[in-house]
Design a protein. Structure first.
Length: 136
C-alpha cells in the first residue's frame, strides 16, 4: 500500500502519523472540528458584557492541526482536547489587532480564551474574551 503523509504500511494497513487518518492517511485531523459553533462571548475590557453569537471554524488546507476562526485568526490543536492560539495579528474593520490564548474542545463543544489588543486610538486597548459554543 502507498500510505500518504509519512504513514507506514503494516500487514496491509496504513498506520498514520499524528494529525492524519483515513485508509491511506490522506485525511487531515482538523476536518473533525469544522463547523459553526453557536454560543456566547464574555468580553472583559473596560466594560464587562456578554452577548450571543456564533463562530465559523474552518480547516487549514496545509497544516493538519490548524483551524481558522471567522477568517481572522487561527489556532492549533495541541491534543484531542487542548487548543493553542499563538500570538498573531489580523485586521478587523481596518484596525490591527493582536490575539493570543488557548482553548478546549470536546465533541461538539468549544471554548476559546484569548486576549485581543490594539494600539489604534479608535479601538479598545485590550479585552479578555471567552467564547463558549456548541456545534450546530
Amino acid at each position: 500500500m502507498d500510505c500518504e503523509n509519512d504513514g507506514r504500511c503494516h500487514e496491509g494497513e496504513c498506520l498514520c502519523e499524528k494529525w492524519y487518518s483515513g485508509d491511506l492517511c490522506e485525511l487531515f485531523f482538523n476536518r473533525n472540528y469544522v463547523g459553526v459553533y453557536e454560543g456566547s462571548y464574555l468580553n472583559n475590557g473596560p466594560m464587562v458584557y456578554r452577548f450571543q453569537d456564533s463562530v465559523v471554524i474552518e480547516a487549514d488546507e496545509n497544516i493538519p492541526n490548524r483551524l481558522h476562526v471567522d477568517g481572522n485568526f487561527y489556532y492549533d490543536i495541541v491534543s484531542d482536547t487542548a487548543l493553542n492560539i499563538p500570538e498573531q495579528s489580523f485586521l478587523e474593520d481596518e484596525i490591527k489587532y493582536t490575539v493570543e490564548g488557548n482553548g478546549f474542545y470536546r465533541v461538539g463543544w468549544i471554548r476559546l480564551e484569548y486576549t485581543k489588543t490594539s494600539n489604534d486610538s479608535t479601538a479598545l486597548t485590550q479585552e479578555s474574551i471567552i467564547f463558549t459554543g456548541d456545534k450546530r
